[in-house]
Design a protein around this ligand. Sequence first.
Ligand SMILES: [Zn+2]
Length: 62
Amino acid sequence: MAAEAVKESEAVVKPKAERQANCLACNKLIKKLKRYYRDGKFYCSKRCWRAFIDKSKLEEKK
Ligand SMILES: [Zn+2]
């Protein structure tokens, strides 16, 4: 009975998290504790957030 319960829970494959796990600026894997959330996106630090904003602004100007 117990074994069956384990099997069942294993069968329920969790869909791969679609959550962004990498910093958009440096592409580092973001650890939960250190993630920096802005505008629906995650960055590893405020610095990377600024870097990404600056970068996207530059690309807009083109
Ligand atoms: Zn980063």
